[in-house]
Design a protein. Structure first.
Length: 172
């Protein structure tokens, strides 16, 4: 689909499971079948059996309605990390490349948030890495991935819930 196009989906009988792992931190899984709001044009799209690995950054807002019910909404950004063709056995990028892409996504969003803080007047903006302006395009993400490959850093980062990016992806 071209940039600017959109889809609408219905999720029925989805199951959200979560575990509290710290006072303000939860780990969750969500599984559901989704269906297009309207049928795809004949002959469009990828073959049946194609798989995708997406990474989602989102805000979830929930309001308690009664003892057992909440109304919830989620808004955010979805990034494609990899795909696997229907007849293929390999993903389009390695797990290591997917992790690099996730790091670039986090860096891009840190820069955006720092810029927003500076614009609000609450705190001075932190200059983005080695650039003079805020750029949040795929080209910037690719540049950050290339730089990360040349300059590896040992960051104090602990990911305990996921052993690899593909562990987050579950077909149902």
């Amino acid at each position: 689909m071209r940039v600017g196009g959109s889809h609408s989906w219905y999720y029925r009988q989805g199951e959200w499971n979560e575990t509290k792992v710290a006072p303000d931190k939860w780990q969750f899984t969500y599984n559901a079948n989704k269906r297009r709001r309207w049928d795809a044009p004949e002959g469009s799209g990828v073959p049946v059996g194609t798989e995708y690995h997406w990474y989602i950054l989102a805000h979830q807002n929930a309001r308690k309605l009664n003892a057992n019910e909440y109304i919830t909404s989620m808004t955010g950004t979805k990034y494609k990390l990899a795909h696997r063709r229907a007849a293929g056995e390999k993903w389009s990028t390695s797990e290591r490349a997917q992790l690099r892409q996730m790091i670039a996504i986090f860096e891009e969003n840190i820069i955006r948030l720092q810029h927003e803080l500076g614009e609000s007047g609450k705190e001075p903006a932190v200059r983005p890495l080695e650039t003079e302006s805020i750029v949040t395009t795929g080209e910037r993400r690719e540049e950050m991935i290339r730089r990360r490959r040349r300059e590896p850093r040992n960051l104090p980062l602990s990911i305990t819930a996921v052993q690899s990016p593909l562990d987050m992806y579950t077909m149902s």
